[in-house]
Design a protein around this ligand. Sequence first.
Ligand code: KG4
Ligand code: ZN
Length: 340
Amino acid sequence: MIILGIETSCDETSAAVLDGGTVKSNVISSQLVHARYGGVVPELASRAHQRMIIEVVDEALTKAGVTKNDLQSIAATQGPGLAGALLVGLCFGKAMAYGLQVPFVGINHMEGHLYSNFLTKEKPSYPFVSLIVSGGHSMLVHVKAPFEHRVLGQTRDDAAGEAFDKVAKMLGLGYPGGPVIDKLSVDGNPRAINFPRSYLNHDTFDFSFSGIKTAVLYYLKHQGLFDPDLGELSINQQHLADICASFQEAVVDVLVSKTLLAANELNVKVIALAGGVSANSSLRKRMKHETEKRHFKLFYPPLEYCMDNAAMIAYVGWMKLQRQIESGFDIPAVANLELT
Ligand code: KG4
Ligand code: ZN
């Protein structure tokens, strides 16, 4: 089955073509317009999706060597995400499916991340524990079988990626912050500053990352590095690298320990990382080390499937259509769609 996937939930306009679950193309256009604002501006995101959607879909078809008449189904992200951004891809997908008279299916973006490790040859076996960490979400999910999953815990405030982005903004490093902090951390000492680890109670798999973000702000102020009136930071390169590495270490500590705790408690030996933050080199390294020690199997997607992408949406669409699950053309975009 040749399926077109469309993803426009945040600031990536993406389209992908899959044939029988195999990726034939995955085109991602990242919106650069947000960089100067230090975060995604919803209205600008919707407009950029509108400008890019036709071009991105055309490119995905061309790269896959198919025309629109070869498409047998279409999947598009229904939520969660920015309402206006979601509407662009969802309406485009519905209209195309209606015009081509092919089945349409709306996809939960988080389900996309959950199955992003199935886009490569070696796939996780069930049951597995998934750590989904992105700009909008941080959650631990127990996946027992296809579409049989239970959310174990999620963030109570900021998502892990959001914390990276906000700290990067404080440090004047631009947006998105994760990749820059990751890069600068290589030359920093992760033990230079002891930022707080918010483990919450040991009986919860929830996360909280707003405290560490505030701790970084207080550190900058107390060290006299930050002038809040001018909004300026005066800091040398080594100190900056140390702050980045110490912040990253604190976030990674919490993510790794909660994930291992969940796997231990559920007696699950397969762990899958997903979402933008799963690109983080320190998180990957630490997870690799800890899972090897325990003889667990670890999966993380290649970079293009960590970030928001349409291949993961098309894959879940393909899984659903195989199970005769499709959507009506009346489904709405749902900004806070839950992973149930
Ligand atoms: O999954 P994603 O592309 O979009 C959302 O659904 O949010 O994730 C984007 C997030 C951003 O917050 C970005 O800073 C973070 O992922 N990110 C990283 C890295 N690469 C991207 N965070 C830490 N280390 C990275 N290498
Ligand atoms: Zn995402």
